[in-house]
Design a protein around this ligand. Structure first.
Ligand code: PAF
Length: 283
């Protein structure tokens, strides 16, 4: 495995690979890697000759600078995990390498990027599109791997790929969960052990809501999920939206679409830490 920090070094390595006609998989990350990331890397290693993993804490997607400051940074441990998973290149550039000039490009794919996370984190998906489009241009991968934990992010990136005509396949990979059901996230390390236990209620409630959905209306399921989670003193729902799985527009009835997903964001604990998750009702 080779660790590179400049675009020139990455592209020199990849031009050799391309000359040999080999396929390239890209796994974009912000570091603080866990088993969820490892599953993406292993999948890319299985499906491509060469796997590039980018480790870049992208400042343009953080609307809250405090959130950026708190984000765990663990490059050494990340490289050990990536080596064990079989990655070929780790691309860990500086902010100046990626943004020698401020990125003034503006991406807009409503409603995918304007609802839910887009509404509560203004500018977040614009920053995601800025970095992901740059990584696609620098790497020119055959396939790019993203975790379904960030369900909305995949919908936005798919729209960007269609819009800009990137010749690559987006490969969504299943959520990896901790034993109690909490979706794995780099932010989980910021929770105390007690909070981590309590946070399991989020997925347990979402799973239970699939049973409620067999008998109750969309609105009733929505309200019951919010009430059940908010009843736990350390948890506070920011939003729960039941949406069409592709457009991400709200649905009012279960017959409205054959692909229906419930997306939730919950604040957990005293700091508090923002946790996201989702459940598929149909599709
Ligand atoms: O999902 C993430 O970790 C980030 O949003 C991504 C795709 C690596 C872009 O910075």
């Amino acid at each position: 495995m080779k660790l590179v920090s400049t675009i020139a070094d990455l592209q020199a390595g990849l031009s050799q690979v391309r000359a040999e006609g080999k396929s390239v998989g890209l796994v974009p990350t912000m570091g603080a890697l866990h088993e969820g990331h490892a599953s993406l890397v292993r999948r890319s290693v299985e499906e491509n000759d060469v796997t590039v993993v980018s480790v870049f804490l992208n400042p343009t997607q953080f609307n809250d600078k405090n959130d950026l400051a708190k984000y765990p940074r663990t490059l050494e441990a990340d490289c050990a995990l990536l080596e064990a998973c079989g990655a070929t290149f780790v691309f860990a550039p500086s902010v100046e390498e990626i943004y020698p000039e401020p990125d003034t490009r503006h991406f807009s794919y409503p409603p995918t990027d304007s609802v839910m996370e887009g509404a509560f984190r203004p500018g977040h998906f614009n920053g995601v599109c800025q970095i992901v489009s740059k990584l696609f241009m620098m790497t020119n991968p055959d396939r790019a791997y993203f975790g379904e934990k960030d369900f909305q992010q995949i919908a936005v990136i798919r729209r960007m790929v269609e819009d800009l005509g990137f010749p690559l396949e987006i490969v969504p990979c299943p959520v990896i969960r901790e034993e109690g059901g909490l979706a794995m996230s780099s932010r989980n390390t910021l929770l105390t052990p007690e909070e981590r236990e309590i946070a399991n209620h989020i997925y347990q409630t979402l799973k239970e809501s699939k049973v409620w959905a067999e008998k109750c209306s969309v609105q009733a399921v929505h309200d019951k999920v919010v009430e059940t989670i908010d009843r736990v003193p350390e948890l506070n729902v920011q939003y729960f939206s039941i949406v069409d799985g592709k457009s991400l527009a709200d649905v009012a009835s279960w017959d409205e679409s054959d692909d229906i997903v419930g997306c939730i964001t919950v604040f957990c604990g005293s700091q508090p830490i923002r946790l996201i998750d989702h459940i598929r009702y149909k599709g």
